[in-house]
Design a protein around this ligand. Structure first.
Ligand SMILES: [Zn+2]
Length: 245
């Protein structure tokens, strides 16, 4: 009976003449070789997976860096811009003189009655803080208006007042290049959301109650601003009358 090395046993094309022991050994060798191939394949897949994961992490990192850079540039432009028309040369695009037409601010009324101003150079938007809602950590899952947030102690009154002052400035600024000549803000198709108006008026009531709790000296400090609030307040009408034209 001839003896074979492992390689020879595997290389045989026929099992004729092999002992039971040799057949069993050959079968074991074939199994092992298959497992070796499987292992090699799995190692290759692991390497490929690691490469893909590293490539994805690199892409994600690059995307985050680009997004952060874009946001920083966007913020820089909005802080640089004086929101005025005119200005000499391209380098002064964000530093207009405003001499001829004033501000390059358009004043808009959204279909639900919310007013906002927007600069046509840097796209910065200005809202009255009563119309702005945000999430406040520790104050539930709901969006909260900045007005309500002041009464809850989640947002600073000074910041609120600054925002309102800024909005009032841009809402009333001279912007002749954006004027459509009607003498009115563009609210021709406006309708009022009854629930929103009711909420805002309720929040305003709570806001005034909150201001009344401040020390007298502070109340004096905010007196003018509080008066200013009134002009942004809309009456709650019945649902029929709330559809304005
Ligand atoms: Zn601007």
């Amino acid at each position: 009976m001839p003896s074979y090395t492992n390689d020879q046993l595997l290389a045989l094309t026929s099992m004729n003449g092999l002992t039971a022991e040799q057949i069993s050994l050959r079968s074991l060798l074939i199994d092992m070789r298959g497992k070796e191939v499987d292992l090699e394949k799995r190692n290759f897949e692991n390497e490929t997976f690691k490469d893909q994961r590293a490539a994805k992490a690199a892409r994600d990192k690059q995307f985050r860096a680009m997004t952060a850079q874009q946001q920083a540039e966007d913020a820089r432009i909005k802080n640089t811009c004086v929101h005025k028309t005119g200005g000499m040369d391209k380098k002064n695009f964000f530093n207009g003189s405003g001499t001829l037409y004033g501000y390059c601010i358009s004043k808009n009324v959204l279909p639900n009655g919310i007013e906002y101003a927007m600069c046509f150079r840097c796209t910065k938007e200005f809202y009255h803080p009563k119309d702005v809602q945000r999430y406040f950590p520790g104050y539930g899952e709901e969006l909260i208006s900045l007005k309500k947030a002041v009464t809850l102690g989640a947002f600073s009154l000074d910041e609120y007042m600054d925002m309102e002052k800024e909005f009032a400035f841009y809402w009333t600024c001279e912007a002749r290049s954006m004027d459509d000549g009607s003498g009115q803000s563009k609210g021709g198709h406006m309708f009022l959301c009854h629930d929103m108006v009711a909420r805002q008026n309720q929040e305003h009531k709570e806001f005034l109650e909150y201001l009344a709790t401040l020390p007298v000296r502070e109340q004096g400090r905010y007196a003018n601003e509080v008066k200013g609030h009134m002009k942004f307040l809309r009456p709650v009408k019945d649902s029929k009358a709330a559809v304005a034209v």
